[in-house]
Design a protein around this ligand. Structure first.
Ligand SMILES: *[C@@H]1O[C@H](CO)[C@@H](O)[C@H](O)[C@H]1NC(C)=O
Length: 370
C-alpha cells in the first residue's frame, strides 16, 4: 500500500492525478487534479470532427500541437485558420477527410452532419477554422463533489469557449434527457452588447425528450469582477451534492439549482400535459444529475444555433446571419472584420485568442454522496 501511494505521488508530480473515490478515507478528498504540466493523453482524448456541436459551428476539431498544447502549466486551445494548414483556396475546393486509421487520437470521433469528411466548393466551404475539443472520456468522470476550474477566456470575435460535462453513459437516453452541465461559457467579442467577453454563463440542459429542454430554469449570466473574462484568470466552482448544485464565480454564488422533489416536477411537464414518460423516475432526487459526467474543454467558433444572436449589435458587425444557407462562407468572407481581433496586432493568431486553463480539480466532499 505504501509503495502504491509513493507511486501515485511520483506520477502525480507530472501527470493528472486520478484517484478512485472509493479509496478516500478523509474529506475533502482530491480525486482529480490536472495542473496541465503536460497534456495527459491517458485522461484527455482529442475529439476529431467537423460535426459542429450540433450547432453548425464553423470549426474543425483536430489533434494538433499548434492548436492544443501545454506551456507553463497551462493548457492552451488556440484557433488557427484551416488554410494555414492546408493552403490558400483549400476550403473552397479541397477535401478534408478526418477518418484516420490508427485509433484514438487519429480517427474521426463524430460523423453526424458530415463530421468526418467534407468537400469544399465556392458556396459550401469546408470549416475555415481549426480548433480543439478535449474530453476526459474514459479517463475521468465524476458524480457529486466539488469541481474547481481556473481559466482565462479568449479574446476574439465569435470565439465560444466552454468547460462543461456530458453524461458518461447517457443513462436516461439521448440529449438532453441525460443532462448537460455547462460550468462556463463565454464569447470572445469585446463589443457585442451584453454578450461580449465581459460576461459569462453557467447552464444546465435537461428535459425528458428533445426538443423539450428546460435550461431556462437553470441558467445564469454574470459580469466579470474585473471587467472581462478575457484579461485574467477566474475561478469557477461547483458544489454538487445529492441535494443541490451551487455555482460560484470567483467565490461569489451565482446560481443554486435545487429541483425540489425532482427535475420532473421542476419542469412542469406533467401539468402541461405533454404526455411524455418521466425518464428519471428510477433516479435519485438530482436525476439526471445523479450519474457520472465527464469533462469537455473546447473552443468553438460561431455557429447558427443562436448562441450569437443576430439582433444584438456587434462592433464590428456580425458577418453572417443565423438563417443564412451559406453561413460558413459569409463568416469567411467577413474575416477582415474578425481576424484582427484574434491577432491582436501580432500579425498572426495571438495566444490572447486561446482558451487557457490553469487547472481542474475535483474533490469528493463526503463519504455519503457516492
Ligand atoms: C498543425 O497545424 C499547423 C497550422 O497551424 C500546420 O502547419 C501543421 O501542418 C499541422 N500539423 C499536422 C500534423 O497536421
Amino acid at each position: 500500500m505504501e509503495s502504491l501511494c509513493l507511486l501515485l505521488l511520483v506520477v502525480g508530480a507530472f501527470a493528472a492525478d486520478v484517484v478512485d473515490p472509493n479509496t478516500c478515507t478523509t474529506f475533502p478528498c482530491l480525486i482529480f487534479n490536472d495542473e496541465f504540466d503536460f497534456l495527459d493523453h491517458d485522461v484527455w482524448e482529442h475529439e476529431i470532427t467537423m460535426t459542429g456541436g450540433g450547432n453548425f459551428e464553423f470549426e474543425v476539431y483536430v489533434n494538433n500541437r499548434s492548436v492544443s498544447y501545454t506551456r507553463d502549466s497551462t493548457l492552451f486551445i488556440k484557433p488557427e485558420l484551416t488554410e494555414n494548414w492546408k493552403g490558400d483556396g483549400f476550403i473552397s475546393s479541397g477535401e478534408l477527410n478526418l477518418w484516420g486509421m490508427n485509433g484514438r487520437g487519429d480517427v474521426c470521433t463524430a460523423n453526424q452532419n458530415f463530421g468526418c469528411e467534407r468537400v469544399g466548393n465556392a458556396i459550401d466551404v469546408v470549416n475555415p477554422v481549426m480548433s480543439a475539443r478535449l474530453r476526459s472520456l474514459p479517463g475521468f468522470a465524476v458524480k457529486y463533489g466539488r469541481i474547481e476550474v481556473r481559466a482565462q477566456m479568449p479574446r476574439g470575435d465569435w470565439l465560444w469557449p466552454a468547460v462543461w460535462l456530458l453524461p458518461q453513459y447517457w443513462p436516461y437516453g439521448a440529449w438532453p434527457a441525460s443532462g448537460e452541465i455547462d460550468i462556463l461559457e463565454s464569447r470572445g467579442n469585446d463589443d457585442y452588447g451584453d454578450q461580449g467577453n465581459q460576461y459569462g454563463g453557467t447552464t444546465l440542459h435537461w428535459g425528458p425528450h428533445f426538443p423539450l429542454n428546460f435550461y431556462d430554469k437553470t441558467t445564469v449570466h454574470y459580469v466579470a469582477n474585473d471587467g472581462s473574462f478575457a484579461d485574467s484568470f477566474h475561478v469557477w466552482r461547483v458544489d454538487w451534492t445529492s441535494d443541490k448544485m451551487d455555482y460560484y464565480v470567483d467565490d461569489v454564488l451565482v446560481m443554486t439549482v435545487d429541483p425540489g422533489t425532482s427535475f420532473w416536477d421542476f419542469s412542469g411537464v406533467e401539468s402541461e400535459g405533454y404526455g411524455y414518460d418521466n425518464p428519471w423516475v428510477a433516479g435519485e432526487k438530482m436525476a439526471p444529475f445523479d450519474q457520472k459526467f465527464y469533462f469537455i474543454l473546447n473552443l468553438a467558433v460561431g455557429g447558427t444555433n443562436g448562441f450569437f444572436p443576430d439582433e444584438i449589435v456587434a462592433n464590428p458587425a456580425k458577418p453572417w446571419s443565423n438563417t443564412s444557407p451559406q453561413a460558413f462562407l459569409d463568416f469567411w468572407n467577413g474575416r477582415d472584420s474578425w481576424l484582427p481581433s484574434w491577432e491582436q496586432g501580432e500579425g498572426r493568431i495571438s495566444e490572447g485568442a486561446a482558451l487557457q486553463i490553469d487547472y481542474i480539480k475535483v474533490w469528493k466532499m463526503t463519504s455519503v454522496d457516492e
